[in-house]
Design a protein around this ligand. Structure first.
Ligand SMILES: [Zn+2]
Length: 452
């Protein structure tokens, strides 16, 4: 009761004083990312951890006085179950494997194993492969859709593809860019055990395995998270990074790096005068098929967009890349020149398109996109998409250095009044990909021809 007058006094003071703008000191990008990784673990789209981690990001942004909005969408999801691939002969051994996403549960079966080499026509055995499990060499160039096509054509019952990296590593990877359940189980197998199988097969030893898959497809409700920083103009500079990760590690590199850089941009740009409106967006569903960026693009309508900046595993930049659009180069050259000799990037401005990442859906909608060429050290990046993608692979210096360059570029582009909103015609967009011979790659992802 004695507290009542004090409470009233406090309430009165609060009412007459202007509410102070929240200006919390932001955590460093690394401190932010370390907590995100250690408190939630991997952020597979549709998982409870992904949703909880996104809530954490939203509350951290609110603590900075920002107003993040969740943009929900539905997509084909997938969850890993207690899968088992067991070598039955010549020795009994449970193999270390990871199913591709959209692999479905099936009745357990035993099968003879056959070597498929790289999977190219010249490498394939000529006999009947029906009912066998194929082993694809670590040098195989086949995309998941091509593995499915090959397996279906030859009647294979399952496929084990040998990982490109050694040291017991596996490679989480999507089995279907469209989220369609795949018709047979496909597994990543370690280089060591994969080569073991290949050596046995090479000398004609009978090899048998037993496959049991419990991983399953399911529709998931998820969301992108967006912060809009209004500028004098409605024209938007969109900066995106995918928030989701695979489930085997922590997603610290892929794409905790971009997630933390985008968070640092939000902290640095809040309350700043901007010419263009800056939209920051954390996408979900990237790993399984760019579902978040595709959804964001589907909502774009006629929004005037200056450019989209994609931050996916960008280490300290050695170049900025206009991703094949010549009209974007002058603005990037202006920014690069403004940095002087000291801020020069070793490779300056590049203009090379590549695919498929979250910038691709924007490009296909005619929006100009750019990213940075920022290699991550080999000793870290080799753990990509696996167990070892953990926060210990990402140094504070990598995040600080990369963020400083990215922020400088985003600031310059957001202030550049001579850079106006622009959309390419579908014909120009088509050329953006044919010029770099990307049609086949896009077709593998179901994104070609343009405008389909
Ligand atoms: Zn990524």
């Amino acid at each position: 009761m004695r507290l009542a007058p004090l409470f009233l006094l406090a309430a009165t003071l609060a009412a007459i004083r202007p509410v102070p703008v929240v200006r919390a000191e932001p955590p460093t990008p690394h401190a932010f990312l370390e907590k995100l990784c250690d408190d939630f673990g991997p952020r597979l789209t549709g998982s409870a951890a992904n949703a909880a981690a996104m809530d954490r990001l939203a509350s951290e942004l609110r603590a900075l006085g920002l107003t993040p909005e969740k943009i929900p969408f539905t997509m084909p999801g997938w969850e890993r179950g207690a899968d088992r691939v067991e070598l039955l002969a010549p020795v009994a051994r449970v193999l270390r494997v990871a199913a591709l996403s959209y692999t479905q549960p099936h009745t357990p079966f035993d099968a003879a194993v056959v070597a498929l080499g790289t999977g190219r026509a010249a490498d394939l055995p000529t006999g009947d492969l029906t009912g066998r499990v194929g082993v694809l060499a670590h040098t195989s160039p086949l995309a998941a859709s091509e593995i499915v096509a090959l397996a279906t054509a030859r009647g294979l019952r399952g496929v084990l593809f040998v990982d490109r990296e050694d040291g017991g590593q596996l490679l989480a990877r999507t089995g279907s860019f469209s989220g369609t359940p795949i018709p047979l189980p496909i597994y990543s197998v370690t280089q060591e055990e994969g080569k073991w199988l290949q050596r046995l097969l090479a000398r004609g030893a009978p090899v048998r395995v037993r496959l049991e898959t419990r991983s399953r497809c399911r529709t998931v409700e998820t969301a992108n998270l967006r912060v809009v920083l209004p500028g004098r103009e409605k024209s938007r500079l969109i900066v995106g990074a995918h928030f989701d990760s695979w489930d085997l590690g922590q997603g610290a590199m892929d794409n905790g790096i971009g997630t933390a850089q985008l968070f640092a941009l939000a902290a640095a740009l809040r309350g700043q005068p901007l010419h263009h409106t800056v939209e920051l967006v954390w996408f979900n569903g990237e790993e399984q098929g760019l579902f978040g960026s595709r959804h964001a693009v589907s909502q774009l309508g006629t929004t005037p967009v200056v450019a989209m900046v994609n931050l996916d595993m960008v280490g300290p930049p050695i170049a900025v890349n206009a991703l094949g659009d010549d009209t974007l180069v002058p603005a990037l050259e202006r920014w690069h020149a403004s940095r002087g000799e000291k801020g020069r990037l070793p490779k300056g401005v590049e203009n090379i398109n590549w695919t498929a990442a979250d910038h691709t859906p924007y490009q296909l909608a005619g929006v100009r996109a750019l990213t940075f060429n920022g290699p991550i050290p080999r000793e870290s990046v080799r753990f990509y998409h696996d167990f070892g993608d953990t926060i210990d692979k990402v140094s504070p210096k990598l995040l600080d250095d990369s963020t400083a360059t990215i922020l400088d570029c985003v600031r310059a582009l957001a202030a550049d009044a001579s850079l106006t909103a622009h959309r390419r015609s579908p014909e120009e967009t088509e050329k953006l990909f044919t010029r770099f011979g990307l049609e086949k790659r896009l077709a593998n992802f179901g994104l070609w021809p343009v405008g389909r």
